[in-house]
Ligand binder design. Structure first.
Ligand code: NA7
Length: 554
């Protein structure tokens, strides 16, 4: 319903709905489907000109998912998972976007998605128990429920390098890639950044470019993807086994079906046994194979070093020039303490004559000049610069919106020393505001689609429970979120994550507080916790009744 009294410009743009969802990626689309099914008048506001979120924006050459397709897909609809045909283990961005477009059409989602609509503010009106959500072009939405489905890696970061505006050639951030693509033929290309986006794009750019110069500040650990087409028989088998596979993934650590955590210690294994186990994990081609090969890879630095040594050995085997190989060998932080990358020809690319690696760990990039990248006084000329420089992860897309809860308190202020949430789902002082895959939930440490589905179902369940009972507001208590934050910290403190400067910790963003943001306790344990909170009538949350029941429900 739109309120459009004649003559009032401000009121003309106000739309009343039951729920506003910010973001039309995997999260926002499924949530729209769920809330609509529960009878809520729901709108999704999406900054992009298409649906797909991460897979709409990250169109850089070589962009691929790093979790196997049959895991990295919705499980909520049996028809959908039976009818969709994944072509590869690790599909590329166009296929993922086709899938998400298909979902939008199949579930008739588009009529409630407003594209090209960037949300700038969300303010809670306590008296009315309603959120007012404002958009860049002035539209306003008022809603009882507001859900930030804004993604963990959606606030792209350009580095703070001097002269960034003075480069006269073309430049692109991997997460803001032009829809029409970029032709690198005959060009001198500079890529800054060697995280996952750099590692995926470099081999593809190298095939086109006349010359490719890679600027590496920190070498990443990458394991082979062994990507390949899925065989028809294999697909059929997976489809037949979906109930069992999905059930396993929901109770697992990382939310993927083919990984089993090793029970023994690296340190107790002989060198030969270790080598055999690592080689098997390497051959499997998954993000999680090595890290789960033994139980102590993420808890014991010496155990972790054995894995790191194995990977360094593999890099030396793959890269012909010994000096380049040494530069590509990650050092100084544990394996998997930064996100592991999947390699589809990355290391081998450095054997090409047109590819050059510049180490900027000791001597950082001085500045960008009109003609290229200056390091240690030397100008490396380029026609195109690609920034594969990552994201203000997990909180960046929330901080970009002026979110104000009870008493006008801003979420940015509340989180100035690090995000504080109850289960990654809510933050006290912000009633009826939910986050999908928020900080404090397994999110980026897991198969994102599985974690998103779990959050969407929990949020929809909570809203349904509240509506059945005339509850007008649901809000995490300060005590519950403190307890949860303590638990999140305890779990990560027992692991090696804090020994690397990663985006998990916000270490890649100047001035960002160093706090480990995701929940490392595993999706199975996390789901149990969320389910028991719900089963206990949303223990740790205050449910406040409407005018007819103005008492506190809990
Ligand atoms: P990442 O993993 O954050 O990688 C960003 C890269 O950019 C990383 O190598 C950074 O080096 C590098 N970087 C950032 N600023 C600079 C400057 N100033 N100079 C040189 N190098 C710089 O982002 P991605 O997009 O690759 O991947 C994000 C996630 O998306 C990934 O983990 C997957 O989950 C999918 P640093 O390591 O900070 O030294």
């Amino acid at each position: 319903m739109s309120e459009m009294p004649a003559g009032s410009r401000e009121a003309a743009a106000v739309t009343q709905v039951d729920a506003v969802i910010v973001g039309a990626g995997f999260s926002g689309m499924y949530l729209l489907h769920k809330l609509r099914g529960a009878g809520l008048n729901t709108v999704v506001l999406e900054a992009g000109d298409g649906v797909g979120g991460t897979w709409y924006w990250n169109r850089y050459p070589g962009a691929r998912v790093d979790v196997e397709s049959f895991d990295y897909s919705y499980s909520f609809s049996e028809e959908l998972q039976q009818e969709w045909e994944w072509t590869e283990r690790y599909p590329a961005q166009p296929e993922l976007l086709r899938y998400l477009d298909h979902v939008a059409d199949r579930f008739d989602l588009r009529r409630d998605i407003r594209l090209g609509t960037r949300v700038t503010a969300a303010h809670y009106d306590e008296a009315a128990a309603r959120w007012t959500v404002r958009c860049e072009r002035g539209e306003e939405y008022r809603a009882t429920w507001c859900v930030m489905a804004t993604g963990c890696l959606s606030s792209a970061q350009l580095p703070a390098i001097d002269g960034i505006g003075s480069f006269s050639g073309d430049s692109y951030h991997t997460a803001n890639w032009p829809v029409e693509g970029v032709d690198f033929t005959g060009k001198r290309v500079a890529v800054i950044g060697t995280g996952s986006s750099g590692i995926q794009s470099i081999p593809v750019i190298a095939e086109q470019a006349a010359r490719l110069t890679v600027f590496q500040r920190t070498a990443s650990f990458a394991v082979p993807a062994h990507n390949r087409a899925l065989e028809p028989g294999e697909v059929e088998e997976i489809k037949n086994r979906y109930p069992e596979l999905r059930d396993h993934t929901r109770r697992s650590m990382a939310g993927v079906s083919r990984v089993r955590i090793g029970r023994s210690s690296v340190l107790e294994a002989t060198a030969d046994e270790r080598q055999e186990v690592f080689a098997r994990a390497w051959a499997a081609g998954t993000l999680f194979g090595l890290v789960t090969s033994y139980r102590d890879v993420m808890t014991d630095r010496v155990a972790n070093d054995r894995v790191a040594d194995f990977v360094r050995g593999k890099i030396r085997e793959m890269v012909d020039d010994p000096d380049t190989a040494e530069l590509l060998c990650p050092r100084g932080f544990p394996f998997a303490a930064k996100r592991v990358c999947l390699d589809s020809g990355y290391y081998a690319t450095f054997n090409r004559g047109n590819v050059h690696l510049i180490d900027v760990s000791e001597n950082p990039i001085d500045r960008l000049s009109e003609h290229g990248v200056v390091v240690n006084g030397t100008e490396h000329e380029a026609d195109v610069i690609v920034f594969a420089t990552g994201f203000d992860a997990m909180t960046g897309s929330l901080a970009a919106i002026d979110i104000r809860g009870r008493n006008g308190r801003s979420l940015r202020d509340k989180w100035s020393a690090g995000p504080i949430t109850c289960l990654g789902l809510q933050s006290a002082g912000f009633p009826n505001l939910f986050f999908v895959a928020g900080p404090g939930s397994p999110s980026v440490l897991s198969n994102m689609v599985l974690s998103i589905e779990q959050h969407v179902e929990w949020i929809a369940g909570c809203i349904g429970y509240a509506r059945e009972r005339d509850v007008i507001s649901v809000e995490a208590t300060g005590q519950a979120e403190q307890d949860w934050v303590r638990h999140v910290n305890e779990v990560s403190a027992a692991l090696l994550y804090s020994e690397a400067n990663s985006w998990y910790l916000g270490a890649n963003v100047p001035g960002k507080p160093r706090v480990f943001m995701p929940y490392a306790g595993g999706v199975g344990a996390y789901r149990k916790r969320c389910d028991s909170v719900a089963a206990a009538g949303y223990e740790g949350f205050v449910l406040t009744g409407g005018p007819a029941r103005s008492h506190q429900v809990r």
